[in-house]
Write a protein that binds this ligand. Structure first.
Ligand SMILES: Nc1ncnc2c1ncn2[C@@H]1O[C@H](COP(=O)(O)OP(=O)(O)OP(=O)(O)O)[C@@H](O)[C@H]1O
Length: 308
């Protein structure tokens, strides 16, 4: 199968270095989330992979070849960069038919991708009548037209309603399950956590992380336990006796920091402290991401950029 290889890649616009000596590989069979604050260099990297811009130095290749040298590029790489790219006066179906014809893709694929993206009922409507979510689906249909092994999507959840967001999540999982290489940029941490297996994180054009998502979170977010009891005093004494750092919340539950759920459960059981609720609090991708980006001081002035 086909990987994306980025090797010592840099891109300067005048004196601004948008991408700075990046090296990473995006592998098949998993969804790689591509994260970073606004201006971190994600779109520039995607454009360099797609041959839409020239690197200042370094290389970006797909299956070992520069995009421009691929014989049937749409059959190798499908991309959604800008959902506004379709011509408004064409119908969705015609937009895809033109793309198919100019890329030697059989016309039968058009109806297949319309069905796969839930657009069959509006396929004969003009694109200018489409909602943002429908345009987004049309962009994804175009990306899938050539049945590519590599799929690059820039903010695919943008404009989708809750049903559409679940749909894109399942689609991404399925594409990876089919063995494709799937790279998805997003600012939505909660969303990315639902579909990504692996993360590549950029900051100011540099690589900040290239790691499995689970490891990314567990390396940065402390394990915590949520516990509720009918005997707060006994629990407090017990936790303090074992040197456990616990905070009581207004609704009566406690958070025990740096602790594992089985250890807290065992202590409570041995001490006969009645437990009403006991659960491990999983660290979230958002917490881990904020932790990483707040360490890099240059991001602290831009907190709004992570929750867009
Ligand atoms: N064509 C261009 N000319 C000049 N500067 C550019 C150009 N394209 C990007 N830049 C600059 O390069 C930097 C990286 O931008 P890029 O769009 O790649 O970031 P991004 O991570 O995709 O951000 P966002 O999350 O906002 O989409 C920014 O400072 C941007 O202003």
């Amino acid at each position: 199968m086909t990987s994306i290889e980025v090797q010592a890649l840099s891109k300067e616009y005048g004196r601004r270095r948008a991408v700075d000596d990046l090296t990473f590989t995006v592998r098949p069979g998993r969804v790689t989330g591509f994260l970073g604050p606004n201006g971190a260099g994600k779109s520039t990297t995607l454009r360099l992979v797609l041959g839409l811009d020239r690197p200042t130095s370094g290389t970006a290749t797909v299956g070992g070849r520069a995009y421009a040298t691929l014989e049937d590029p749409l059959r190798t790489v499908g991309a959604l960069l800008d959902a506004g790219a379709a011509h408004g006066s064409r119908t969705g179906r015609d937009h895809l038919r033109v793309l198919a014809a100019s890329n030697r893709i059989p016309e039968s694929r058009v109806d297949e991708v319309l069905a796969r993206t839930g657009l069959t009922s509006v396929a004969r409507h003009r694109v200018r009548t489409y909602s943002l979510g429908m345009r987004q689906r049309l962009g994804i249909a175009a990306a899938l037209l050539g049945d590519p092994e590599v799929v690059l999507l820039d903010e695919p959840s943008n404009g989708l309603d809750p049903e559409g967001i679940i749909w894109i999540r399942e689609l991404l999982r399925r594409l990876a399950g089919e063995g494709r290489t799937v790279l998805v940029s997003s600012h939505l941490m909660g969303e990315t956590a639902t579909f990504a297996d692996h993360l590549v994180v950029l900051g100011r054009g540099r690589l900040l992380a290239d790691t499995p998502m689970r490891d990314f979170i567990s390396a940065r977010v402390e394990p915590r336990v949520r516990v509720r009891t009918s005997d707060a005093e006994a629990l407090e004494v017990l936790l303090a006796r074992h040197g456990l750092d616990a905070v009581r919340h207004e609704d009566g539950h406690w958070t025990v920091r740096h602790a594992r759920v089985d250890a807290v459960g065992r202590l409570a059981s041995q001490a006969g402290v009645p437990i009403l609720e006991l659960a491990a609090e999983e660290g979230t991708l958002e917490q881990a991401y904020l932790d990483l980006t707040s360490q890099a001081t240059e991001f602290t002035a831009q907190p709004q950029e992570v929750s867009r």
